[in-house]
Design a protein around this ligand. Structure first.
Ligand code: NAD
Length: 293
């Protein structure tokens, strides 16, 4: 077996059990950590546990873990609908919607509730860590842990230092990322960090090309798959990330930088208004009949 449970010591709290939060809970539990997974929406925790069980099952099929280890990993995840269920965690990783007001309110509530030594980490894709940290009384212990989708597969974590994040917090988080067998890359706080500052304008431009009739969605994606050896074209990748998530990030980039080059493509705005959010709703730039509601 590749993974063992000897690394478990700290309890990990995860808030938001959607695409990213469930993946984050999965990787920590699989690495031997006890995880408190919290989501306020009805049904979200059941859906997350089903998807974690299924994804761990894939690892059993590939021979990465045994069936027994899968069951032990699932048993390490404790779910709760209220923030109180996070008590006893050494670090909280929030993965709720990409809205500053929502994250602001959550971090404030966590700051009021949890002992001052607890690290508050955010999986935000684009929001300033310095701004998020400023709503707490522990800005030195607020940091970005930007995981990539799908979390159990992607090895990178951007570790984002806010202006006031301490060296001690950064070192603790870099070490934690290594314990779950991922590669941390330290970056400074700037809108979109490294990844989304570069990726989102690329995805947005592919949407403008589609809207202006330069080529079909299939052909735009094929240019990047065959011409640039990308494993996935930009429109399929946007569908995979979630078109609502892409729009939220572009809006943060415009707001944080004031630079109109990040202006969301009107086609993206209309698709999100129509509820076409990509893979998760069964329809985006492409269709995914298996996910249709
Ligand atoms: P999602 O919509 O799949 O999940 C968000 C979850 O948070 C939902 O289940 C919702 O019920 C829950 N939630 C919202 N407010 C809450 C609250 N106050 N308390 C408890 N639960 C709450 O979103 P996602 O795609 O998992 O994205 C989450 C975060 O991760 C965002 O900040 C996003 O930018 C970031 N991110 C997303 C991706 C991606 O590819 N989707 C990649 C990297 C980072």
């Amino acid at each position: 077996m590749i993974l063992d449970s000897s690394s478990s010591q700290m309890r990990i709290g995860v808030v938001g059990a959607g695409t990213m939060g469930s993946g984050i809970a999965h990787v920590f539990a699989r690495s031997g950590f006890s995880v408190a997974l919290c989501d306020s929406a009805e049904g979200a925790l059941d859906r997350a546990m089903d998807s974690i069980a299924e994804n761990l099952g894939r690892e059993v099929n590939r021979g990465v873990i045994t069936e027994e280890y899968r069951a032990q990993s699932l048993a390490r995840i404790h779910t709760g609908s209220y923030l109180e269920s996070l008590a006893g965690s050494g670090i909280i990783i929030e993965a709720i919607h990409e809205r500053f007001e929502a994250k602001h309110a959550l971090l404030k509530a966590l700051d009021d509730m949890l002992p001052s030594e607890v690290i508050l980490a955010s999986n935000t894709s684009s929001i300033s860590l310095t701004k998020l940290a400023a709503v707490t009384s522990r800005p030195d212990r607020v940091i970005g842990m930007h995981f990539f989708n799908p979390v159990p597969v992607m090895v990178l974590v951007e570790v984002v230092r806010g202006m006031q994040t301490s060296d001690k917090t950064t070192q603790a988080v870099l070490a934690l990322v290594q314990k779950i067998k991922k590669t941390p890359i330290e970056v400074n706080d700037a809108a979109g960090f490294v990844s989304n500052r570069i990726l989102l304008p690329f995805l947005n431009e592919a949407m403008f090309a589609l809207m202006e009739g330069v080529a079909t969605a299939e052909n735009i994606d094929t240019v990047f798959k065959l011409g640039m050896a990308h494993p996935m074209g930009p429109l399929a990748l946007a569908d995979f990330i979630g078109l609502d998530v892409c729009l939220d990030i572009l809006r943060v980039l415009v707001e944080e930088t004031g630079d109109p080059k990040y202006r969301p493509c009107p086609l993206l705005v209309r698709m999100v208004s129509a509820g076409w959010l990509g893979r998760k709703t069964g329809k985006g730039f492409f269709t995914y009949p298996e996910n249709s509601k």
